[in-house]
Design a protein around this ligand. Sequence first.
Ligand code: H2P
Length: 808
Amino acid sequence: MKSPTQLKEIEDFKSAYIKKIEEVSGEYLALSSHLNQYQALAEIVMEKVATQWAKTSAQYDTIPHKRVYLFSIEFLIGRLLKSYVNSLNWEETVKIAMHELGLDYQTILDQETDPGLGNGGLGRLMACFLESAATLGLPFHGNGIHYKHGLFEQKIINGEQVEVSDNWLRNGYPFEIRKPNESVIVKFYGDIHYEKVNGALTFVYENYEPILAVPYDLPVKGYHNSTVNSLRLWSAEPLDEFDLLSFNKGQFIDAVRHKSEAEAITQILYPNDNEAGGKLLRLKQEYFFVCAGLKRIISRFKRFNQNCLDDFSEKIAIHINDTHPALCGPEMMRILMDDEGLSWNDAWKITQNSLTFTNHTVLPEALEKWPVEMMKFLIPRIYMIIEEINRQFGESLRLKAGLNELQISALSIIQDNQINMANLAIVCSHSVNGVAELHSKILKEETFNGYYKLFPERFHSVTNGVTPRRFLINCNTNLRDLITESIGTEWIKNLYDLENLMRFKNDLAFAKRFCQIKLDNKIRLSHYIKQQNQIVVNPESIFDIQVKRIHEYKRQLLNALHVLHLYNCLKANPNQEFIPRTFIFAGKAAPGYYFAKEIIKLINAIAELVNNDPAIHDRIKVVFLANFNVSLGEIIYPAANISEQISTAGKEASGTSNMKFMMNGAITLGTMDGANIEIYEAVGKENIVTFGLSSDEVTHYEKQGGYSSIEVYESNEHIQKIMHQLIDGTFGHLGNFQSIYDSLLLYNDTYFILKDFDSYLGAQKRINSIFQDKTKWFNMALHNVAYSGRFSSDRAVLDYQKKIWKTI
Ligand code: H2P
């Protein structure tokens, strides 16, 4: 029974919607397109969100609460319409109204583009943090880049990845507000010298190229509260639309050149692993959003603090997310000294006390370094400041810490004519943290050991988390309802409350519903697979899933080789008892990462071989879903039985898909790496399946120059067989995989795939035997949901607030 208020709300909504459709399309509802229906709903929702947004901003201006600004080159926000509707507590009203108007709500939601403003875990983590902070009611804003094109759209053609540009702004974007009046100028290139003005030496920066940075603000809405924070994304534009002087002189090309050069800065997101080093445009991006963001923050702060910057660092925290915004240090020094007239020492105090830094990876290729010449040429003043920071830092190491020249150069920001951005970020910040316990330990003991010895108090650890609103509540509504019926609603804001679910571990009715929900989610994914890949999969089979960026260290290759091995076993012994499995992969390879693309090709080649072999009788199915993004993840996580988290130990800083899967009741099949270790602790060893070398063992081998993959190969006939298949024509017209073969045998298997193969096989066998025991499986799945509380990004954000930003 609906209450009169609810009935009225639905009626009001319907009439507002009908009117809105006419406004956005100039048509009556009956003639409107799905796109118009989406646009109309988005506008109505945005109006409602904007009212709360304005209120939150006004409140923040009066409440002296410390604000956090998160600087990140990626924010993988996902689709927003459903999130806004649900966080407004409007889900039921909108659904009923749509239904009564004869519209399909899901089709309308599907019209929204999924902005690919990030590569993977890093950018998605930032989006989770924003959502959690808003839900917790904390003043917390994002600062990033308004890329015109996000990460490429991935198509799979003839088994290979093909990249198509991602045009997320094609139909306009209803959830952003362009704020030209808050634009700032960012300066590149130019010359610097000192001049004597009235007897005093004055610093002059001239002949620079000014670029206009225009902010676009997106509201970040808290769940079932009235907090709306902002994500500010900066877009580059020419200062003058075009150069009239050149135009008048008849130089038409020159006249538009400046425009396109300026716009190029925010034209496209750089894919990971593409060796960004050496790419001037990337460095331009980094400085561009750092400079624009800091300028605005500082000017706003002055406006509300009587032009005084003294207690800036008590009221503001600036967070450097990975090394891309590491220029925050020197840029803040520049603004405080050159624009605000502070002395070096005063500027340094404010800078260091405001800045904090998170490292997200230990892979050497991802620890950015920029050539000195490039930095000098592009941002000469910033380079000067970096040199001075480095000089003073060196001096303090010499005088105060008593280090010798060798030790100092190992810690230097400038090394081998390159600027080491991690070192820059550490020196300029008062806090450094890793994203899981093991990762933070590796930072302290290895990657940043020199700094740790000097400033142990600066080092922290905060394990990542994911937002349960997007990754459980909104994407697995049946499980959400079952949980709420069983334990009430408290868990939605305090995920630890899920532990109360353990009361139902022996409840048959609960177990039945829990398992049915998983099956329904698998059926939903099966439909998607059928529609996208024309592959029919069996929803009763084990859904064994690995979705993440494709990278050698994440070892999709190990998974693929295991599938090939299973296929061989079934071929050799067709009548063996076999528990049907569906192996699902998704993820993008950076366009320039040849080997990762070969892995995608191999997975698709295996899929073709296995799926079409009648002797297999559909007992194994292999699916590679194209264009993995946040929305696809939302269909995938709820449908998984197995969450593959099989990185080489010590290489995956944390991982976050492990948390998304776990929350939805999948069992982790993982190495003791990143946050898998903490999942192991949370659920207990009975409720996770682990295998493989430990990170200490990996390091031990690495120190000896690796292990001998040939030895493993020679002693294992299963491995011999699959290795031969890579190059003996097994994959027919899809080709051979010589480079994969070589990397494993000739180049000694850097990521320990063959070394871990047998152990992985054993783990997979354990999974089979557990899966046959339905009660046991249910119990494991339930443990995973029930103990996912600590992997909420609410917990992570609160940890940052307490340990790092000291805001609470
Ligand atoms: C990275 C790390 C992950 C980590 C994530 C967020 C860079 O993401 O590799 O281990 O969980 O940051 O901290 P990804 O590989 O997904 O691109």
